[in-house]
Design a protein around this ligand. Structure first.
Ligand SMILES: *Cc1c(COP(=O)(O)O)cnc(C)c1O
Length: 393
């Protein structure tokens, strides 16, 4: 019989290669060659989920009531816990019934939001560099991605005044992310206030991705978007238990804010997924209600790693400042090398996996990213290896 001629949809053909898949392939080759890899590529916490959360899951998993389909929008008790956490952490008031939606991780919310807001041909703004899923989700909805550059001289915050009027007039949605991946930049109140005014002026929905709000250093919690007056009128904030509680494998996050946007995203999801396993939501409540002590321990460990890596890089001549939040260090390339070249060189000569900045968009060229998701000793080992082969800034 003649073989079927399977033609993939344009949305798959048009997709840029998923960044971490390319890195994984290079890494697998190095592992097969027997090298001792130090993986500073993917941002995935290496520490375990705190014990009380695991115990809550074990207990909830044994309850037959949790074995059936969960509610689409998430258990009200989980959404209430989210609202209480938001009040405590950001002093923002949310209606758990209409302004909170549970997500199968914030990535899921990012990927589906454009389906709720973007018609074919509509424009979504997103930062460059930025998390690649903003572009993929927009593409899946048939929308057009317009990239807003992030520059070091602006603290990696977008210059809203530099966005051409015609572009702002066309845009329907704007994805931003602070503390930022990959830049680790932190936003401030003045910027968020300007963003709310910008959104009002141009009728643009803001989607602020706050996956790293709880990974911060020197005892200084970053500001949340919902802390700013008017934020709820213009958009939503996405959150996740993944990075905060070392729960990347559990798949639980949430969207909060504007009830029209939250409701529309919920409508999309009702037609795609059937919610989060209730036992995981029960464990999520335990996480959100836990006292801060285990998180302080986690933050201190990242902070020690940050200090070890940043001081080592500085010793090698790289111009890096210690990040104030997130578990990334965003490093200018050595002179004369592109992002892809320095990442390939590091992998080949030192078996260190990093992420080339260009994988986060053209605006990431000139930088490469290291994560703090390995032990301090391994980070020191990475610096030693770089020193031995003469890689410096
Ligand atoms: C890790 C990450 C996410 C996804 O987190 P999940 O909740 O695990 O899906 C979303 N946004 C950014 C910027 C991230 O780095």
């Amino acid at each position: 019989m003649k073989k079927l001629d399977i033609q993939l949809a344009d949305r798959i053909k048009d997709l840029p290669p998923y960044l971490f898949a390319a890195i994984d392939k290079m890494k697998q080759e190095a592992i097969q060659a027997g090298k001792d890899i130090i993986n500073l590529g993917v941002g995935d916490p290496d520490m375990p989920t705190p014990a009380p959360i695991i115990q809550a899951l074990q207990k909830a998993a044994a309850n037959p009531k949790n074995h059936q389909y969960p509610s689409y929008v998430g258990m009200l008790s989980f959404r209430e816990a989210v609202a209480r956490w938001y009040k405590k952490r950001f002093n923002a008031t949310l209606d758990p019934a209409t302004e909170v939606l549970s997500l199968i991780g914030s990535k899921e919310g990012v990927a589906h939001l454009p389906m709720a807001l973007i018609n074919p041909g509509d424009t979504a703004l997103m930062t460059d560099p930025g998390y690649p899923v903003y572009q993929a989700g927009t593409l899946f909805a048939g929308g057009k991605s317009v990239f807003v550059p992030l520059k070091i001289e602006n603290g990696f915050l977008p210059d809203l005044d530099a966005i051409p009027g015609a572009v702002a007039a066309e845009a329907k949605l704007f994805f931003l992310n602070y503390p930022g991946n990959p830049t680790a930049a932190v936003a401030n109140r003045a910027f968020f206030e300007k963003l709310v005014a910008f959104a009002h002026r141009h009728n643009i929905v803001i989607c602020h991705d706050a996956a790293y709000s709880e990974i911060y250093y020197d005892g200084k919690p970053p500001i949340g978007f919902m802390e700013v007056d008017g934020a709820k009128e213009v958009g939503i904030e996405l959150h996740s238990l993944s990075k905060t509680y070392n729960m990347t494998g559990w798949r639980i996050g949430f969207a909060v804010g504007n009830s029209n946007v939250v409701g529309a995203l919920g409508k999309v999801k009702t037609n795609i997924d059937s919610g989060i396993f209730q036992a995981i939501q029960e464990a999520g409540i335990t996480a959100l209600e836990m006292d801060d002590a285990p998180l302080k321990v986690i933050r201190n460990i990242y902070q020690e790693r940050r200090d070890a890596l940043v001081s080592g890089l500085q010793r090698l001549g790289f111009k890096v400042d210690p990040p104030q939040a997130a578990f990334y260090v965003w490093i200018p390339n050595p002179p004369g090398l592109t992002s892809a070249e320095i990442s390939a060189k590091l992998l080949k000569e030192t078996a260190i996996v990093t992420t080339p900045g260009s994988g986060f968009g053209q605006g990431g060229e000139g930088y490469f990213r290291m994560t703090l998701c390995v032990s301090k000793e391994r980070l020191e080992e990475a610096i030693d290896r770089m020193e031995k082969v003469g890689i410096h800034g």
